[in-house]
Every structure is written in C-alpha cells, then in structure tokens.
Design a protein around this ligand. Sequence first.
Ligand code: ADP
Ligand code: MG
Length: 372
Amino acid sequence: MVKAPIKVVVRTRPTANFAYKNIQINESSNYVGINIPKNAESGYVNHQQENWGFHFDKVLQNVSQEVMFDVCAKDIVLSVLEGYSGTIMCYGQTGAGKTFTTTGTTTDYKYRGLIPRCISQLFQEVGQRYEQQITVGVSYLEIYNELLTDLLAGSVAPNDQTQQLAIQEDTNGRVHVKNQIIRQCKTEEEAQAMIFEGETNRTISEHKLNKNSSRSHCVFTIHLEIRSRVESTEKVIISKLHLVDLAGSERTKKTGSEGRTLLEAQFINKSLSFLEQVVVALSEKQRDHIPYRQSKLTNLLKDSIGGNSKTIMIANIWPEADHLEETISTLKFATRMMKVANEATIQLKLDPTVLLKKYEKEIKELKQELAM
Ligand code: ADP
Ligand code: MG
C-alpha cells in the first residue's frame, strides 16, 4: 500500500486583463496571493480578510499543454501501468480552462489536452512491455442533473430513466458502473477516436436536450488489464485512469438563472457541494462517515477521493479582477483537497480461463495418481 495525499496543481488561464494589483503568482514558491480591494462591493468573499495566501504542490502560470502533461499526468500513467489506479480532475469556474486542460483542441496537435496525451504515452509504453499482455478499454460517462449517461452509447442519451446507468460496489468495495460500455482498443487511434465519439454524442445531446455542457461532469476512463506473458498465473492486474472534467464551480447567484437553468444550477451546486462535503469529511479525518452516496459524482469517484487511487486535482483559475471571488473559492477548495490522504494498492482479479486450465491440469494429475 502506498500513502498518496492528493496533489494539487494550479493552472492559470492566459488573460489580457491580468489582475496585477490583486493577484500575486509565484511559481518558484508555488504560491498564490490575493488581496481584495478595500472598497470591494458586497458580494466579495468574507470582508474580514482582505489578503489571502495559498500554497500548493505546484503553481503554473501560462504553461503549455506539454508542460501540463509532464507535470500532472506522465507519472500517473506509469503508475497505472504498474497497477495503481489514478485520477486527474479539473476543478474551477466556467471559462477557467478545465476542458482545454482535459481534452484540449483537436484541430492543433500542440493544443491537445491530457486525455489524448495520456493515450499516446500509454500505447507507447504498452508497445514496449513485451513481457506483459496489456488490454486497454475506454469508457466515457457524463453526469448531468444527477443522471449518469454513457457517452459511447449512441447519438443521444435521452433524459429517460431507463437509459441511466447505476453505480454499484462489489464485495471488495470497488466501484462499478453497471452496463457501461467499455470499448476495447487495440491501437492508439482506436482509443483517440473514443474521445471524438463521446464529444460528438455530448454535443448532439446538448442541442437536442438544450443543455449546457459547462453544467455537466465528464469522466473519461482508461481501463487496463495486465497479464504476464512470462509467468503462467491466473492473476490479472486491473487498474483505471479517470480523467475528469468537472462542472463549473461558480455559484448560482452569479448566473441569475431561472426556470430550467436554475434547476441545473442547483443540481450542479448540489453535486459540487456534496463533493466538498466528502473532501471536508476526509480532510478532518472522519473516516467512518464519508457521505459518498449523496451524489452520483462522489459515488463514482469514491476510489479517487480518499480511496484507492493516486489522484491529482488541477485547480483552473482565471486571474482577472472580475473573477477574484471565484478564484478564492477555487483555491480554498483546492487547499482542502490537499489534506485528503489516499492509499493506493495494486488490484488483482483472477482470470477464469487460466484458473479453469489450472484446475483441469490438477484433475488430470489426480486421476493419473488414482489410476496408478
Ligand atoms: P472551462 O472548460 O473551464 O469552462 P475552457 O477550457 O472551455 O473552460 O476555456 C475557456 C476558453 O479559454 C476556451 O476558448 C479555451 O480555448 C481558452 N483557454 C483556456 N485555457 C487556456 C490556455 N491555457 N491556453 C489557451 N487557451 C486557453
Ligand atoms: Mg468546459
């Protein structure tokens, strides 16, 4: 078992109107300082405190997609290949760069985000590990208004309860999504195509159901099964890498929504506040009653937060004067997250076909002994 506190990396979004007077970013000491102007209008966070200081594992200002991948993902991909599950999730207000960080743009190679880069690295490694047979599966899920849908299940995921997936736990406490599609991918290209397929289905359903993608959580998961080619064993190592693009963390009042959008905003605030409650409970070490079951998101990410996973949270911030309040709120949440300690272990399952062969051999040997 490896003790693994959740790591937090802050990424700033490039901006033409950087709030120099209010935000100090120091990459060498991984520090973000924020001061609220004295004449701040009501609505700003906590008037009592005008200066905030935050320290993180890493603070990155205006870095490339390549640097993000090197800092946040490279090691996690390697440890997923060792059998430890991993999670990389992006948190922050809408517009702060979560989707750019997670998926990036498909048009320009250099702007590819973490998902396509993880897939590339993974297949490069798989190609070099001759002593292992590694199978790669991909799933892509979306949570919208507490409904969990499969982005690989076809063009539209209707708001129909029968299309909703259920989250289950096995006797070992491992989380499973019942009936989710896991596409087996033999090549890098096949896996990369899953991003496009999921995105397309998401966009179609966005138009058909008139929903706002910044209000949904997306979870792209790479599932690995690792078998030894050199040893005859029924043991199969299984691991997962979740890449999570969370819904925008902004609070309802700012959007001034009404009707359906208000309902969406409430759902989203609810699911992110359940996430916060889980993080608070874990950071205060209330191990016995962690409220994972309150929402689909926390249920699905149970292993990732306080569980069996090496996890990195990327806090995306938008360092403009208009967004100071949201920036402070993101950084406060991120600070909490650093107090959560995960414990990662290698997970195994038994391959029934190999087991069967082993038993057949044993039976044959016993029969021979009896016949002697
Ligand atoms: P979010 O998913 O958090 O709502 P997006 O990722 O959609 O935000 O980013 C909002 C806009 O800012 C997009 O047009 C995106 O391309 C751009 N953007 C965000 N971060 C960066 C970055 N680091 N470099 C260049 N453009 C960025
Ligand atoms: Mg987005």
